[in-house]
Design a protein. Structure first.
Lengths: 687, 145
């Protein structure tokens, strides 16, 4: 099976190249047989990559340690679940998995358009096969072939790093990869539009759902990564501005910009070149993200040793795509002229444009900070790096401006906002925002950035709630419906708009939760059984943490565990018992000799805050493992993290909103007629 | 045309603000990224360099780690990745990352005190999760070296 998989991977390369050549020539010559063959080759590559992936999975399940990749990421004792997900546990498998997902989306795109949009499809197939061929070439020729043999068979594998043995870590990478690969389809359509010369908004309409799907996966994937870091890395943070995190944020930023700017093209026929550039940029950034995670170019906790060959291959590919796309855009420039002009500074077009500039600006700053060590080394020969303080200083103001725009954009009029429009829509929300900030200030929270964030958040929420309320009331009155029915009908009639608003609510909640970090509490205690630590929460209330004792269990190698030392702490909040919370040290058989044990934190989530306990260090590890009663002392770190739950809640809202916007419309025809002519002030807003 | 002109002012404004943010951000938060050898050379050439925040990469000397009980303080010695004879002691006052081991590669951020001890404010370990063994290591017994 594994051998068959390897064979399938080799075969997939000529098939992909075949499809690539036929796609382009078929499109040029308009020969149906060539086009059909190109499209079928997409399915074929997908089938072959399924075989290749199945080969790797079989190797994992049958403990084939003579394969380099399996020997490095598995061992006999590894749980079945992690053997199955081993396909994307390491670099080599991940790249294959990436190609597999891309082939899946490519096949889906070809299948969905098998009998329509024929002017685009030959080129779409050609572009998709070009990118697939590139990834297959990387797999086969860049020293990252997952099928590479060791030449001997080790008795057992290295096992999987314990920190990767976490639920979130098994679904976070695939989710991000789904987001990255799904974006290839809009890119393929954009190039197809350039090649075929059909340059109206058609390619955007066709790929809107692809863009949203990709964006959803990217957003959820990023938040899952945050969740993993929060639960597993044991320092209570969820974002470190690590190069790899930044790499996944970059395409998200430009994709979000794109999501907004296509609405201007659809509604007003402007920004055509800009949209082409954004789709190209986002695609390149998804490839860049794949490349960054998978090479040691930049110092990072995620990256490892230098692999120069793969760096050159990736950079060469990105350079070629960039050059080819720019040439195409320049060639079509006369047809990409704007149909309208911006009439007023105070208009929705203008709000969208600022939104775009800020998103791209944010992406630029993140890119700059991430690449700065390389740039400085190239220019001065001295590596200088910037850390989290840089990213925070630069991106907080940009983020806040974007947050404010999320409240302004949806209700400001297209073309030209009148004074009356502004007064009617913004008077109340602005007052609510100011009152909210003032109230929080009086309640004792004086951190300026947090106050500004919460004030702007309240402003945006008021704008959105008012929009929902006004429209629901109007509909209830006109159609004579109950409010709940009216709301339901309202949302289902224009999913795009109202779904978009719900996404905005989610984003606002996430931002407001970020600001909670200004009030993080971090206290340390030395504890022996019976000790009580008292920690006061900034949200009011006091925790009494009583150390009940240490329990040790020896696992003797099951699930790769050697032993677990679990500190049990009973929690009382303001006199109310809250049950027990545990934090532990674990030692795995796969850890290196002499390495300290791994930490598992204890988290109790409340609506307002999380209580986060870390077993920093045991006084006497050997004694504790031998269950000596006087060896139970340890250092306890207690964190209180206000509002963290709202990040996850916000992400759920964002998902719900995007799904609403994505859901196929029942009444699509009527919608299509209603949408292009925007009613002033309200229609066709955020997406 | 006038409207476009006004618009251009907006665009240039945004670009200028972003540039300003990057500029001040870099100049106020940048740290030099040095090897221990480079750090020693710098400090020797210019003693005021001690007050500049630096990032240093190196490797923990085997067996040098000790923990000061009761207060979250860790002491260990780090040597240069290339020239193992260049070493300096480190004090780190925070929870130790799980990936910290003997002989692990670390990136420390902090400053070199006058007494020659490097006071690290943050420590990154080269992530063990992506550690791949060289084939020779696997040959011995299959478990980690």
């Amino acid at each position: 099976m594994t051998l068959l998989g390897e064979f399938a991977l080799w075969i997939s390369l000529p098939v992909a190249l075949w499809g690539m050549v036929l796609g382009y020539t078929g499109g040029r010559t308009q020969r149906g047989d060539l086009v059909l063959s190109a499209e079928r080759s997409v399915y074929a590559v997908f089938g072959l990559l399924i075989l290749a992936s199945a080969g790797i999975m079989t190797a994992f399940l049958t403990d084939r340690f003579d394969y380099y990749y399996i020997a490095n990421y598995s061992n006999r004792e590894l749980e079945l679940f992690y053997k199955i997900t081993g396909l994307w546990a390491g670099q080599r498998g991940s790249l294959l998995f990436w190609a597999l997902l891309l082939a899946f989306f490519s096949s889906l795109a070809v299948f969905l358009n098998r009998s329509k949009n024929r002017e685009f499809m030959p080129y779409v197939a050609g572009v998709l096969q070009t990118i697939l061929a590139f990834f297959i070439i990387v797999l086969l020729f860049a020293d990252v072939n997952p099928f590479e043999r060791l030449g001997f068979t080790p008795a057992n594998g290295q096992g999987l790093n314990p920190q990767l043995q976490n639920y979130w870590m098994t679904i976070h990478p695939p989710t991000l990869y789904l987001g990255f690969t799904a974006f290839t389809v809009p890119f393929a359509f954009a190039v197809a539009a350039l090649l075929s010369g059909r340059l109206d908004a058609r390619w955007i309409q066709l790929t809107r759902r692809w863009i949203l799907t990709s964006w959803l996966f990217l957003s959820v994937g990023i938040v899952m990564g945050m969740r993993w870091a929060y639960e597993e890395l044991g320092w209570g943070g969820y974002w470190f501005w690590d190069p790899v995190e930044n790499a996944s944020l970059l395409p998200w930023l430009t994709a979000t910009a794109f999501l907004h700017s296509i609405q201007i093209q659809e509604n007003r026929g402007m920004l055509k070149v800009w949209n082409m550039s954004l789709v190209l940029l986002t695609f390149l950034l998804t490839v860049f993200a794949t490349f960054l995670t998978r090479s040691g170019l930049i110092e990072s906790v995620h990256s490892f040793a230098q692999e120069l060959r793969i760096a050159y291959i990736f950079l060469g590919f990105m350079g070629s795509v960039l050059a080819a796309s720019i040439i195409l855009i320049l060639y079509r420039l006369p047809q990409l002229r704007s149909e309208n002009q911006i009439e007023s500074f105070v208009s929705r077009e203008s709000a969208f444009l600022f939104n775009n500039l800020l998103f791209v600006g944010a992406a630029f700053t993140v890119m700059w900070g991430t690449m700065f060590p390389l740039i400085s080394e190239g220019v001065t020969g001295q590596q200088i790096s910037v850390g989290p303080p840089f990213f925070e200083r630069v991106n907080f103001p940009i983020g806040l401006a974007l947050l404010a725009l999320a409240g302004i954009g949806p209700v400001i009029a297209w073309r030209r906002a009148t004074k009356k429009n502004l007064q009617r829509n913004f008077m109340t929300p602005v007052i609510v925002g100011l009152v909210a900030a003032a109230t929080i200030w009086i309640m004792g929270a004086h951190h300026p950035l947090a106050l500004v964030t919460w004030g702007i958040g309240a402003f945006v929420l008021t704008v959105i709630v008012t929009e929902f309320w006004k429209a629901t009331r109007a509909r209830a009155r006109i159609e004579n419906e109950g409010y709940a029915t009216a709301l339901f009908h309202l949302v289902s009639r224009n999913r795009r708009r109202w779904g978009g608003y719900i996404v905005h609510v989610g984003i606002v909640l996430i931002f407001m939760a970020f600001a909670g970090a200004a009030y993080n509490v971090d206290e340390r205690f030395h504890m022996v059984p019976g000790d009580v630590a008292e920690v006061t929460s900034p949200m009011g209330g006091t925790y009494q943490l009583t150390y009940e004792g240490l329990s040790v269990s020896l696992a003797n190698g099951q699930r790769n565990l050697m032993w677990q030392a679990i500190a049990t702490i009973s929690v009382v909040k303001d006199g109310e018992p809250q049950g027990i919370l545990t934090t532990e040290k674990r030692r795995y058989t796969t850890q290196e000799a002499g390495a300290p044990p791994m930490t598992e934190v204890g988290i109790r989530s409340y609506v307002g805050e999380d209580l986060y306990l870390i077993l920093s260090a045991l006084d006497d590890i050997e004694g504790a493992v031998a269950a000596e009663s006087d060896a139970q002392g340890f250092d306890l770190q207690v964190l209180i993290k206000p509002l963290v739950s709202w990040i996850w809640i916000g992400c759920l809202m964002l998902t719900a909103g995007t799904l609403i916007a994505l859901w196929p419309s029942v009444d699509r025809k009527r919608l299509a007629e209603a949408e292009p002519v925007a009613e002033p002030a309200t229609a066709g807003a955020a997406d | 045309m006038r409207k476009n002109g006004r618009f251009m002012v907006g665009l240039v404004g945004v670009a200028a603000v972003v540039t300003y943010l990057i500029w001040t951000g870099v100049s106020e938060t940048m740290v030099y990224y040095l090897t221990p050898v480079e750090l020693m050379e710098r400090v020797e050439a210019d003693p005021t360099f001690r007050d500049v925040g630096v990032k240093v990469s190196g490797q923990v000397v085997k067996g040098s780690y000790e923990r000061v009980e009761g207060e979250l303080l860790h002491r260990f010695i780090v040597h240069d990745l290339v020239d193992a004879s260049v070493t300096f002691p480190v004090e780190f006052r925070d929870a130790l990352p799980d990936t910290f081991t003997d002989e692990v590669e670390v990136v420390l951020e902090g400053r070199l005190r006058a007494d020659g001890v490097f006071e690290a404010a943050t420590m990154l370990t080269k992530c063990g999760s992506r550690y791949e063994a060289a084939p020779e290591d696997l040959a011995t017994d299959g478990t980690a070296p």
